[in-house]
Design a protein around this ligand. Structure first.
Ligand code: GLU
Length: 411
């Protein structure tokens, strides 16, 4: 099944139980706009290679489109549309004045030199420039993109527009108007969401264990902040494999080890296990923080965690959700659990618009408060409608979208 159709399954359940106006449902089912671009890059060997990129704006009902840009060999128009749809729902659940968008380029960035990567980034910026802007569509980092890439985009866009408009992009370096607390924000949100889930399940975090799939920005910060909260992280993984230590891993030390060696594998005192073994560990929380479609009908039965807290976008398929429902596993869905990144992106945008910057403590305090509120809203809807947390999150999102649609006269 096409990934966008699959992504809409829980939303359609929400639409059914909440009796959403079918006109609103029809509008939400398709992105407002999707742009495909070709980006020629003069490679270091003198040849010209043409890359394909996308930017999809799923919705601008609640505000400008908002969402990251992904560099990955498996990017496709369908994937970008799906990720943009998730951003609309994520921003609505978090209570942000944004719609949803997403961009991507089909490229394995590890195969490019730094100069080629910069040229590709600038070329892509030139092509999407007509549809982005601080009041239109605000990109940010996603898989394989970071503050350096945001910096090149900012520079290119500033040259094109001839004005200083730092709020058109978030996830920037601090010296370019970035927000303190943004780098760790997605991981911090995953941990806040997991702690809230433990609270409703009466689990003391100091007795809890966690397994984290993925050790990129989201996974590594999830692991580190779990450690700070006294949750024992027994396993983490990356594309090269997973590591396990029943006594707990110091994720800060694992982070230093990755910086030195390029992988978590081989971390002193740990045992190498497979990705499948990590997903099946008997832990309190399993945090899939890698990418979509990781928990499927093929491995869901093996999951023994009490809580699945989704740091990645779309890691669980609808048939895996069914298995988790049957097993009584609480899934804190992506559009709630990983909303911390875009929440602090919103703070960055606000600070940019005001040209007035906040302390890290202020950012963290505001983020925690917004995420706890979002969790409560979703949890209450789950109780009210007798549905799982994912369907409840879509009920919250659809509720926020439908009323402005009516008042705008769209439905
Ligand atoms: N790429 C992140 C996400 O999927 C962050 C988006 C943003 O900050 O706009 O939520």
């Amino acid at each position: 099944m096409n990934i966008f159709e699959m992504a809409k399954i829980p939303m359609n359940k929400a639409i059914e139980v909440m009796h959403l106006d079918p006109n609103a449902a029809a509008i939400i089912a398709s992105p407002e706009r999707t742009l495909e671009v070709s980006v020629p890059v003069k490679m270091d060997d003198g040849t010209v290679k043409v890359f394909t990129g996308y930017r999809s704006q799923h919705s601008t009902v609640l505000g400008p489109a908002k969402g990251g840009i992904r560099y990955h060999q498996n990017v496709s128009m369908d994937e970008v549309k799906t990720l943009a749809f998730w951003m609309t729902c994520k921003c609505a659940v978090a209570g942000l004045p944004y719609g949803g968008g997403k961009g991507g380029i089909i490229v394995d960035p590890a195969k490019l030199s730094k100069r080629e990567l910069e040229a590709l980034t600038r070329g892509y910026t030139d092509k999407i420039a007509p549809i982005i802007g601080e009041k239109r569509d605000i990109p940010a980092p996603d898989m394989n993109t970071n503050a350096q890439i945001m910096g090149w985009i900012l520079d290119e866009y500033s040259k094109l527009t001839g004005q200083y408009e730092p709020g058109f992009i978030t996830g920037k370096a601090i010296c370019m108007g970035g927000s303190l607390g943004r780098t760790a924000a997605t991981g911090r949100g995953v941990v806040v969401a997991a702690l809230e889930a433990m609270k409703v399940k009466n689990i003391d975090p100091h007795t809890a264990t966690a397994a984290v799939q993925g050790f990129g920005n989201v996974g590594s910060w999830t692991g580190k902040l779990f450690c700070d909260e006294g949750v024992k992280v027994v396993a983490v993984s990356d594309v090269y494999g997973a590591i396990y230590n029943p006594e707990g891993l110091d994720c800060y030390a694992v982070g230093d080890f990755v910086a030195e060696t390029g992988s978590v594998v081989g971390f002193p005192g740990s045992q190498k296990i497979s990705n499948a073994e990590l997903l099946a560990l008997d832990v309190t929380v399993l945090a899939p923080c890698a990418m979509e479609l990781q928990l499927t009908k093929d491995n869901a039965d093996a999951v023994r965690a009490k809580i699945v807290c989704e740091g990645a976008n779309g890691p669980t398929t609808p048939d895996a959700d069914e298995v988790f429902d049957k097993k009584g596993i609480m899934v804190v869905p992506d559009i709630l659990a990983n909303g911390g990144g875009v929440t602090v992106s919103y703070f960055e945008w606000v600070q940019n618009l005001y040209r007035y910057f906040w302390s890290e403590e202020e950012v963290i305090e505001k983020q925690n408060a917004m995420m706890r509120k979002a969790f409560k809203n979703v949890y209450n809807k789950a109780e009210e409608f007798g549905v799982n947390m994912r369907v409840a999150a879509y009920i919250v999102a659809m509720n926020s979208l439908a009323e402005p649609m009516r008042i705008r006269g769209m439905i």
